[in-house]
Design a protein. Structure first.
Length: 53
């Protein structure tokens, strides 16, 4: 028997697309860099990165 795909039933026009954003953040005490990962809507990526500077 063939398996049905669940993703085929989803209506893509109503759902937002999201993007994973990885930022490099410097610790002021030690000077070491860490990476912060966030998932934001695609249309808000530029605003999100502009606010982080």
């Amino acid at each position: 028997m063939a398996k049905k795909t669940v993703a085929g039933y989803r209506d893509k026009s109503k759902s937002k697309t999201f993007t994973k954003v990885v930022r490099c953040v410097k610790n002021p005490e030690t000077g070491a860099y860490t990476y912060k990962e966030d998932i934001v809507p695609t249309d808000m990526v530029k605003d999100f990165l502009k606010d982080q500077k």
